[in-house]
Design a protein. Structure first.
Ligand SMILES: NC(=O)c1ccc[n+]([C@@H]2O[C@H](COP(=O)([O-])OP(=O)(O)OC[C@H]3O[C@@H](n4cnc5c(N)ncnc54)[C@H](OP(=O)(O)O)[C@@H]3O)[C@@H](O)[C@H]2O)c1
Length: 265
């Protein structure tokens, strides 16, 4: 049973997880170490967290979540964790691109270490958390924590950087904006365009999930010879629609590796 979770870094992603813990695991004590006083006040007033500083003696905690950015002082933070927290604490890093072996190089290989990439959609019970662990982790110990936000997806660690770059829903948000703007450029009032785009997105997902047909077959149903759909497809191909999406994902994955310093791995 998880009784206590300690966060180092109390930014956007930490807050998404804290909000879920606060709502669904109400018996858990949440500690937060955070630089920014405005963030400290928000987390204390909204979720009743206990604020801590690295100068204080650390409490015995079940889980410790490293929720700072890849460009922050990770080495210093890990050295401080090693001084202050016992090896009974499971370390959970949400830092993009930073591998378990790099963490072990600094704090040693005796701690249970989990590396995970949560998704901001966890606040609405969507979003897989990609999870990889070292051999000391007891999956039953971390199950209640991961069951509070999103859906756990255990993968080999090599896939985490890809999931980090590939998974955030940003491309879908960009697509929503671009398609809504297209309706407006063509002459529709924005409210009507937005209504149609949302219905299209939700309906298209439903069609893909519920029908025994591939997206390509669904496209073919809509594309009569020389018709509107076929012309739209021709223009998308001309403008490199698929290649733009694919190279954006490859760029995002490569940036994840750069930030974590994993380019050579
Ligand atoms: N946002 C997402 O969708 C998402 C998804 C998956 C994973 N992640 C990962 O989650 C991590 C956090 O991302 P975020 O978006 O939550 O970042 P963020 O909103 O910028 O929050 C980071 C916070 O940590 C504070 N901080 C930095 N070093 C600290 C330290 N040693 N002790 C205490 N506080 C410290 C920062 O304060 P200062 O600015 O004063 O340094 C900042 O307020 C990143 O590693 C990111 O890769 C994010």
């Amino acid at each position: 049973m998880t009784k206590s979770v300690y966060f180092i870094g109390g930014g956007n992603m930490a807050e998404a997880i804290i909000a879920a813990l606060h709502q669904k695991l109400q018996t858990v004590t949440i500690y937060v170490e955070e630089h920014q006083s405005t963030r400290q006040e928000i987390l204390k007033s909204k979720y009743n967290v206990t604020l801590k500083s690295p100068e204080e003696i650390a409490p015995e905690v079940d889980l410790l979540v490293i929720a700072i950015r890849p460009q922050d002082d990770l080495t210093g933070t890990l050295e401080s964790i090693q001084r202050r927290f016992s090896k009974a604490t499971t370390i959970i890093s949400i830092v993009a691109g930073y591998s378990i072996s790099k963490i072990e190089q600094i704090i040693g290989s005796d701690y249970p270490i989990v590396r995970t990439i949560p998704n901001t959609m966890t606040t609405i019970d969507y979003g897989y958390s990609g999870i990889a662990t070292n051999s000391h982790v007891d999956k039953e110990t971390i199950a209640p924590f991961f069951s509070t936000f999103g859906k756990p997806l255990y993968v080999e660690e090599q896939y985490l950087d890809i999931i980090t770059g590939f998974y955030p829903p940003n491309i879908v948000y960009h697509f929503y904006d671009a398609l809504t703007d297209a309706g407006v450029i063509a002459g529709l009032p924005r409210a009507i365009s937005e209504k149609i785009v949302i219905d299209n997105l939700v309906g298209a997902v439903e069609m893909i999930q519920s029908r025994d047909a591939t997206p390509q077959e669904l496209i073919n149903i809509n594309n009569s010879p020389g018709g509107v759909g076929a012309n739209l497809l021709y223009e998308l191909n001309q403008k490199g629609f698929a290649a733009a999406i694919q190279s954006a994902v490859l760029r995002a994955v490569s940036r994840t590796k750069e930030l974590g310093g994993n380019q050579d791995e």
